[in-house]
Ligand binder design. Structure first.
Ligand SMILES: [Zn+2]
Length: 593
């Protein structure tokens, strides 16, 4: 199973612990299982009532420090709740339970003295733990008794009696958190929104970030992630401030960030992934976070990518493979930087919360560095470099990291804050929450508004994606060229464009209006089609006009824009559609309101 037998497991399984520490929950596998694809954490596979209770508890309260959940499985023997397993159909009978007894005892012996052990097993499973009272202090073992309902209630009570604190962030309280940070790359819109048919003369226009458009109370994120990379890329609010003379409140002021939102700084490691070294030393990064008034600051990492893109002597972009040793050097540099970063934060008594960013090559190396960072004294850690990895690998890494953290926090009063950089994976997002991830950031729902060809608008209930209706700007170079090729004059081109905009503006759901939109848009939009591309939008536009999903959304931008929110055209509409997607993500998918 994941990490079993590795030196880290050996190091943290508790023979070295003299104190009674950690909480052990022993559960039997349930025949009722979820229909899962591939390997998932065991905790997610079983669907018996006990597992539902444990999952609900973890989702609501997070992982108590030092809680280890072990499951007796008919197929796998004694496994950790975080081990990756596949669906199977096998029941544990008494004979098998007898057979695995010695292995189970060995695993319990390796656990060391526990502060409390809770056993919730059916009678067929009991032979597997025969002799448990010789390994743990009898007074500290609680056996669930009675029918399944009573047993479940006792387990709930036991779980509720465990310490449940996790290291926190400024102003967010000490409860369970699953915070969403919105990365900033100058994603603002010009307010008010003006339709092409409206007269804009004399109107005062302002640039507004999503938190200004929605207002402080309805902002669909808990904080903003601002990258120090803005300082040299020339994009973003940081690039417009002077680090030497800046006041601590200037960045918040410039971005009009409401008090309740956290300001999280990172180094933007993907922006310098092709360079040999990060552009900042840990001391410089810490000093910048301090001067710009960040609440949270990430250490300086360097992604150990398998391949980078660099400029050759002729100035052409070419791919370059990074050797294993170079990749390892980047991981080590990341860890050295983390250590120096924490030291400098302590030395200068900076007020922001330091977050140690871990880079790894595989599950083992991420776990290795979790131990190192906790040794350094970090209470907040983040996993970087996950973005190019497939869901299954990310899930395996997060599960193993959780297991490592649980082993390590057996003597702690507080658990560790865990952040995932750049990760939003709809299919496994609930698993992240279950695995005790405290926060993440991603701009993918914002960017889907204009980057994906047929998934641009998220339904108000988060259940499906819609395409958007393409009405490109007639003034764009590409469209002008496409029109010229088809002998369409510029004047005719802008007439065609205006016909689309008017048809959309006049759309009232009637059959006639529907046809007019379809006809005008299908005459005009496909001019820009890439070669070999069918007009596959026809069906999708029909669906949009039939469903009218914007009418079902109560977010500020949909209420203001109406049908224009599903029109693919320029930043005014596209970014607002991204704001809407972010709003649905936050309110419906993450919070389930
Ligand atoms: Zn909306």
């Amino acid at each position: 199973m994941v990490e079993s037998g590795s030196k880290h497991t050996a190091r943290t399984e508790a023979p070295s612990l003299i104190r009674r520490a950690g909480y052990l929950l022993v559960l039997g596998c349930s025949s009722r299982k979820r229909q899962v694809k591939g390997r998932v954490p065991a905790l997610e596979l079983y669907d018996g009532v006990n597992f539902r209770v444990v999952r609900a508890f973890l989702n609501q309260h997070g992982w108590p420090p030092g809680l280890c959940i072990k499951i007796l499985s008919a197929k796998y023997g004694l496994i950790e709740a975080t081990d990756q397993v596949e669906h199977y159909d096998q029941r544990l009978d008494q004979a098998t339970a007898y057979n695995i007894n010695s292995k189970v005892m060995e695993s319990f012996a390796n656990f060391g003295e526990a502060a409390s052990v809770f056993v919730n097993l059916g009678k067929d499973y009991l032979p597997a733990i025969k002799g448990i009272e010789h390994l743990f202090d009898k007074k500290r073992i609680v056996h669930a008794v009675g029918g399944i309902g009573r047993k479940m209630a006792q387990m709930k009570q036991w779980l509720n009696s465990l310490p449940s604190k996790t290291a926190t962030l400024p102003g967010v309280g000490s409860g369970r958190h699953y915070l969403y940070f919105f990365p900033d790359w100058d994603d603002y819109v010009t307010e008010p929104f003006l339709h092409e048919t409206e007269n804009e003369s004399g109107l005062e226009k302002t640039k507004q970030y999503a938190h200004e458009v929605f207002g402080a109370d309805a902002t669909p994120y808990d904080g903003m992630l601002v990258s120090l990379a803005q300082l040299y890329t020339g994009k973003g609010a940081l690039s417009r401030l002077k680090a030497d003379t800046v006041k601590k409140t200037d960045l918040r002021k410039a971005m009009k960030i409401p008090e309740r939102l956290l300001l999280f700084g990172d180094c933007g490691a993907f922006s310098y992934a092709s360079k040999d070294k990060p552009p900042f030393t840990p001391e410089e990064a810490a000093s910048l976070y301090h001067r710009f008034g960040f609440d949270v600051g990430a250490s300086v990492d360097h992604i150990p990518l398998a391949e980078i893109v660099i400029k050759n002597d002729k100035g052409e972009l070419v791919r370059q493979v990074l050797t294993k040793s170079k990749r390892r050097c980047r991981m080590q540099l990341t860890a050295q930087n983390a250590e120096a970063f924490l030291a400098t934060c302590k030395r200068h008594r900076y007020k922001f919360v330091p977050v140690g960013v871990i880079q790894g090559l595989n599950t083992e190396s991420y776990v290795h560095y979790v131990h190192e960072y906790l040794d350094m004294g970090y209470q907040h850690i983040a996993l970087g470099g996950l973005v190019p990895k497939p869901d299954s690998e990310i899930l395996a890494i997060c599960s193993a990291v959780r297991q490592a953290i649980q082993n390590r926090t057996r003597i702690e009063k507080e658990n560790v804050w865990l952040h995932l950089f750049g990760i939003l994976r709809p299919m496994i997002q609930p698993s992240f929450r279950l695995l005790g991830v405290s926060s993440f950031d991603s701009a993918s729902y914002l960017r889907k508004a204009w980057l994906r060809s047929d998934q641009n608008y998220l339904a108000a209930d988060g259940s499906r994606w819609y395409s958007s209706i393409r009405v490109p700007l007639s003034s764009s170079k590409r469209l002008k060229e496409a029109a010229k090729e088809k002998n369409i004059s510029e004047e005719r081109l802008s007439e065609m464009e205006m016909r689309c905009l008017l048809a959309l503006n006049n759309f009232d759901g009637s059959h006639k209006a529907h046809l007019e939109v379809m006809e005008s848009v299908n005459n005009y939009g496909p001019l820009l089609q890439r070669r070999g591309e069918d007009n596959h939008f026809f069906e999708k536009y029909n669906q949009l006009l039939n469903d009218r999903p914007w009418e079902k959304c109560h977010c500020e931008v949909c209420r203001n824009l109406g049908i224009d929110i599903v029109v693919f055209r320029g930043a005014g509409r596209n970014k607002r559609r991204g704001f809407h997607n972010t709003w649905v993500l936050y309110n419906k998918i993450l919070r389930g309101h």
